[in-house]
Ligand binder design. Structure first.
Ligand SMILES: *Cc1c(COP(=O)(O)O)cnc(C)c1O
Length: 359
């Protein structure tokens, strides 16, 4: 299936776009186009379009507004010397299918997913900021669009991709973040939707995130729902612990955490550097002890939005503790640089992770 391309006849002027791209912030301004693709039980996927970005109108009884059958992805296009590049888009396509399965939604073929993203980036390439840490944030998503209030998987869906220019999430050389341990709220439970990238997981995390902000922290860290003991992840980032000079622990993909593509990439990079990477449970008590005993050298969080970010301070109702000196460590900085270089096609890409788009 091919995308029917209908260019926006009334795009933002080049001057206005340039003004926006000097300081785009995050998630508030959008490009001129969007991708849209429909699904129905009888027709399958149909009506693939790249068209002017515009509001969509929904009947008040549209399924997603009531039962939250919705999934999404988060990825970025980067400006390179001679065009643009995506980072491992096939991984996002696969994960989108996994999320769809869990939410009883139809599977979008991987090549359609990747094609939708490529076509949108191609037509909106001029929207990729040319500033330090800048990128074009891409948001593919799918929702139940059938007009029906019964409780069962919907028979109609809409898939879309929108794009938003983004500045550096945290400025380079930024201090380590401060995180709040959520003891009251859980993000995901065994058998639940923690491994799916669905809007509902974020809805469930917002009270905890608000509590983190009230307590002077940047982000919340969730513990497992059964024992309230094992460290899982942040609201939208995975965690790594550098325990001595050559051992790194990251919580395992046991069904309650999201399988980050940045996480997977970092595991590969670390193993190739000779680190012993253990995907094993790590408790909040051990974290506190290892930090206080000086065993813990570095802790960092990772995800598409912020790439790699040092975690310096941990706060909870039981008190606070600090990792190392509360400053970003050498490994954190090195991994961040290595990943951002591959994303921008600077230097070697030994794993073939960057997918270049012709200008
Ligand atoms: C998207 C997401 C991540 C990070 O995944 P990346 O593929 O690395 O961007 C981590 N945790 C949660 C809960 C997420 O939704």
């Amino acid at each position: 299936m091919k995308f029917d391309i209908q260019p926006n006849i009334n795009p933002v002027s080049a001057q206005e776009r340039q003004d926006i791209l000097r300081d785009p912030g995050f998630g508030t301004v959008f490009t001129d186009h969007m991708a849209i693709l429909k699904y129905s039980e009888d027709k399958g996927w149909h009506d693939a379009q790249i068209t002017a970005r515009e509001p969509i109108s929904l009947d008040p009884a549209t399924c997603v507004l009531h039962y939250a059958q919705e999934i999404f992805e988060g990825m970025k296009a980067y400006r390179t010397n001679d065009g643009a590049a995506l980072f491992r888009p096939d991984e996002n396509a696969r994960r989108f299918q996994q999320s769809a399965k869990r939410m009883a939604m139809p599977l979008l073929p991987e090549d359609m997913f990747v094609e939708s993203v490529k076509q949108l980036v191609k037509i909106d390439q001029d929207w990729i900021p040319d500033i330090d840490g800048g990128s074009l944030y891409l948001r593919p998503f799918m929702f139940a669009s059938e007009v029906f209030l019964g409780v069962r998987p919907a028979k109609e869906y809409i898939y879309m991709v929108i794009a938003s220019p983004a500045g550096g999430y945290f400025k380079s050389g930024s201090p380590a973040i401060r995180i709040w341990v959520s003891e009251e709220y859980s993000r995901a439970a065994i058998g639940g939707t923690g491994a799916a990238k669905c809007g509902g997981n974020y809805a469930a995390s917002l009270s905890a995130q608000a509590e983190a902000i009230e307590n002077g922290c940047d982000q919340v860290v969730f513990l497992d729902a059964a024992e309230r003991k094992w460290v899982e992840e942040l609201g939208g980032m995975n965690l790594f612990f550098l325990c001595d000079d050559k051992t790194v622990i990251t919580p395992p993909l046991s069904g309650t955490i999201l399988a980050g593509i940045t996480r997977k990439s970092i595991i590969t990079l670390l193993r190739d550097k000779g680190y012993d990477v253990k995907e094993q449970p790590y408790s909040i008590d051990q974290w506190r002890n290892d930090a206080n005993n000086g065993v813990l050298k570095e802790v960092f969080a990772c995800g598409t939005a912020a790439v790699v970010t040092a975690v310096g301070h941990i706060c909870s109702r039981d008190g606070n503790f600090t990792v190392a000196k509360g400053e970003p460590g050498a490994l954190t900085t090195e991994l961040r640089q290595q990943i951002t270089n591959i994303q921008k096609c600077i230097g070697l890409d030994p794993y073939g992770w960057a997918v270049k788009l012709e200008a």
